[in-house]
Design a protein around this ligand. Structure first.
Ligand SMILES: Nc1ncnc2c1ncn2[C@@H]1O[C@H](COP(=O)(O)OP(=O)(O)OP(=O)(O)O)[C@@H](O)[C@H]1O
Ligand SMILES: [Mg+2]
Length: 355
């Protein structure tokens, strides 16, 4: 039986926990043909929300994951080709022509557009999920094609764009007046971490589905350590179901796996975000806890202007957030653990709750 602790992104709205409002809003936007950019930290559930909304909306869809294929045209072409029968489009129109396009040549771009136009001229709606769009290379081509789809296929084709590295998606979110997307508004929706009560509710519900139980103290501790990041909580739930007698083991496997994932992602982000060494210096200073802007100026030796620029990017990357007291904190506890290892700081021993 499918449960909340299944690792792949959820696509069944029944398994989408505590996102009722977001789901309702997103489906509403799809009905109104509005283009939505879903933003949020890694593992928060952007893909799950998008897939569940598409399922609830009930029309055809294709998914292009920029992490799997960073060439937008090639990815669109091969996905349309492989889904041609499901989408009721002619495979010959898509497969042979689009893949050998050289994006550099105007002539090819023209053919690409013509092909796209013939494929996308549909009677029924098509939702195109552009997942983790910041990894599409050649953002200018990407943006130009989006503008073309906006202008010529608005009635039938509606993209949902997701991204966690918002800083590099500025050309989509905030196009300047020279951008092809200028004047074509998109709706930004933020997917946030769960509050502790939702995280504990998620663990309780998932355990119940798996006919397991866990002391309340352990649930609270798990949420204190993994915070309200659905991906880490799902991973813990999965490992605990594999080994229900050993809570500590499930938690330590989860932490080790999660730190590996964050380490790999940070390596990728460091290539994408300019000024990474300065970002890293800020993050290093936040390992021990929250800091005000003034405290960070002192600790990092950066002037006000450059610190505020770097903090802005770190917030756009969902690495850092500002709390209610205007103090900066690292958003993901796993990122903090990774940074501790990275900078060789001793990881503090956690206090076990009473057994
Ligand atoms: N609301 C939810 N209910 C149940 N499970 C969820 C929910 N949101 C996310 N998950 C689970 O958390 C994990 C991460 O979800 P998902 O891949 O949708 O997040 P994401 O924000 O797209 O992550 P990434 O940054 O890796 O692309 C998956 O295992 C998914 O099944
Ligand atoms: Mg995703």
């Amino acid at each position: 039986m499918a449960t909340l602790f299944d690792i792949p992104p959820k696509s069944d709205p029944k398994l989408l926990y505590a996102r009722e409002k977001e789901l309702h809003d997103l489906v509403g936007h799809l009905k109104n043909r509005r283009w939505v950019v879903l933003l949020g930290p890694r593992r928060v559930g952007k893909t799950s929300l998008a897939k569940c909304a598409i399922k609830q909306f009930g029309h055809d869809s294709i998914t292009l994951d920029a992490r799997e294929n960073s060439d937008f045209l090639a990815s669109l072409s091969s996905t349309l080709g492989s889904s041609s029968s499901a989408l009721n489009i002619s495979a010959t129109a898509t497969v042979p022509k689009l893949p050998f396009l050289s994006v550099g040549a105007n002539y090819s771009k023209q053919i690409a557009k013509q092909n796209l136009d013939s494929i996308l001229k549909r009677k029924s709606k098509l939702i195109v999920l552009l997942d983790e769009a910041q990894w599409f290379r050649n953002p200018r081509t990407f943006v130009r094609l989006l503008a073309h789809i906006y202008d010529y296929h608005y009635d039938t084709v509606t993209p949902i764009i997701t991204g966690s590295a918002v800083g590099v998606m500025k050309s989509i979110l905030d196009p300047n007046n020279k951008s092809p997307l200028y004047g074509r508004p998109m709706i930004e929706m933020e997917v946030k971490k769960w509050v502790p009560s939702s995280s504990i509710g998620f663990l309780s519900e998932g355990l119940k589905q798996n006919k397991l139980s866990l002391d309340e103290d352990y649930k609270v501790q798990t949420v204190e350590i993994l915070d309200g990041i659905p991906g880490w909580l799902t991973m813990f739930g999965y490992h605990f179901t594999q080994n229900p007698k050993d809570y500590d083991k499930a938690l330590s496997i989860t932490l080790a796996e999660a730190i590996n994932i964050v380490s790999e992602e940070t390596r990728n982000i460091s290539k994408l975000a300019r000024g990474w060494p300065s970002h890293l210096r800020i993050l290093e200073n936040l390992i021990s806890g929250s800091k005000t802007f003034t405290e960070l100026v002192e600790a990092t030796n950066q002037n006000n202007a450059s610190l505020s620029r770097h903090l802005d990017i770190l917030q756009r990357l969902s690495y850092v957030e500002k709390n209610d007291e205007d103090r900066y904190i690292i958003l993901d506890p796993i990122l903090r653990e990774f940074l501790k290892e990275h900078f060789g700081t001793k990881i503090s021993k956690r206090v076990d709750p009473a057994h």
